[in-house]
Design a protein around this ligand. Structure first.
Ligand code: NCD
Length: 322
């Protein structure tokens, strides 16, 4: 995560409206605010989804997930369905990619059939921008998680969750991320979003090898001591150790990691009594988070999942209906 990434796709159309949703970095905060307002309208006060089956009627949405996913994929499918779109589900393991076709050729092929929106998850950073370039402006592209770089719809749902619990003025909030920051596209997108919403106190903590020191250049506080990082915060985000993105092991074993960095009731007591606990999922209980915290009164982890449907409805609606 750098101040000026070379992966800087233009996600706005010439009128400055959202055309693709690829990254929180460089997204104007007015658009983020608009997306949050829209997402909020798709969620009732008691966290029920408010459907609108006519908004995307006749549109075809193609989720293409080339990395494992449970909640993001399901959430996009449900969001598109809630808006009346047709969802074309592709199973990569049963597609011609198993015959050697590369992802871009598969995408070009599907695009030639005339869908309006692609939702793409891929391990390669920059792939969404490449797809935008390959397809021209005919089809909108939504990043559903790209390498370690960005996961913009997760950031939107995280901001919606925070807003629901802490109100719409983010400026005096303190937010701590604990765990594998380096490989977390969620943390990266969240940090851009929090900064765009005016949060000044953003802290990161975890094993030294997994916490990029250069985050300080973005005004993020790198605090190696987890208890200090948690002290007095309003929001705690626990993150999974992303072993699938590591060439070498940065942690000796799960038990040791839990002792050093796991979010336990005792550690959580350092945060404000009304602090909320978030986790993007999938959780590894007993590694980055204790079960009694994951299931405790401060946990909003399942509410994040519900917010995810509303957030993705907002993105689909804003892109498809200008
Ligand atoms: C995250 C992801 O895929 O980046 N999960 C998600 O989309 N909710 C985080 C993770 O895999 O740990």
């Amino acid at each position: 995560m750098t101040q000026s990434s070379n992966i800087n796709p233009n996600q706005l159309d010439p009128q400055g409206r959202l055309r693709h949703f690829l990254a929180l970095q460089h997204l104007p905060s007015a658009i983020l605010q608009k997306l949050l307002e829209k997402a909020d309208q798709f969620l009732s006060n008691d966290f029920q989804i408010v459907k609108n089956k006519s908004l995307l009627a006749d549109k075809i949405v193609v989720p293409l997930f080339l990395e494992p996913s449970t909640r993001t994929r399901a959430s996009f499918q449900i969001a598109a369905h809630n808006l009346g779109a047709h969802v074309l589900n592709i199973n990569p393991a049963a597609s011609s990619m198993t015959k050697g076709e590369d992802a871009l050729d598969t995408i070009r092929t599907l695009a030639a059939m005339g869908p309006q929106i692609f939702v793409l998850r891929h391990a390669q950073e920059g792939i969404c921008a490449q797809v935008v370039e390959a397809l021209g402006e005919k089809i909108a592209v939504i990043n559903a998680g790209e390498g370690c770089s960005e996961h913009p719809t997760q950031a939107l749902l995280d901001m919606l969750t925070i807003r629901r619990y802490k109100g719409d003025d983010f400026t005096s909030l303190s937010v701590a991320f604990i765990g594998d920051i380096m490989h977390s596209r969620v943390a990266h997108s969240d940090i851009w979003a929090l900064k765009a919403l005016g949060v000044k106190d953003i802290r990161v903590s975890g094993p030294e090898a997994l916490v990029p020191g250069h985050l300080t250049s973005l005004g993020v506080i790198v605090e190696p001591d987890v208890d200090k990082a948690l002290s007095g915060v309003d929001v705690v985000v626990a993150l999974r150790i992303q072993k699938e993105r590591m060439y070498e092991s940065h942690i000796p074993n799960n038990q040791h990691y839990f002792q050093q960095y796991g979010l336990t009731v005792q550690r959580l007591s350092k945060a404000k009594p009304k602090a909320i606990v978030m986790h993007p999922g999938p959780m590894n209980r007993g590694v980055e988070i204790a079960s009694d915290v994951a299931d405790g009164v401060q946990s909003v982890i399942l509410k994040q999942v519900t917010c995810g449907v509303a957030a993705r409805m907002a993105v689909l609606a804003m892109i498809a209906v200008q």
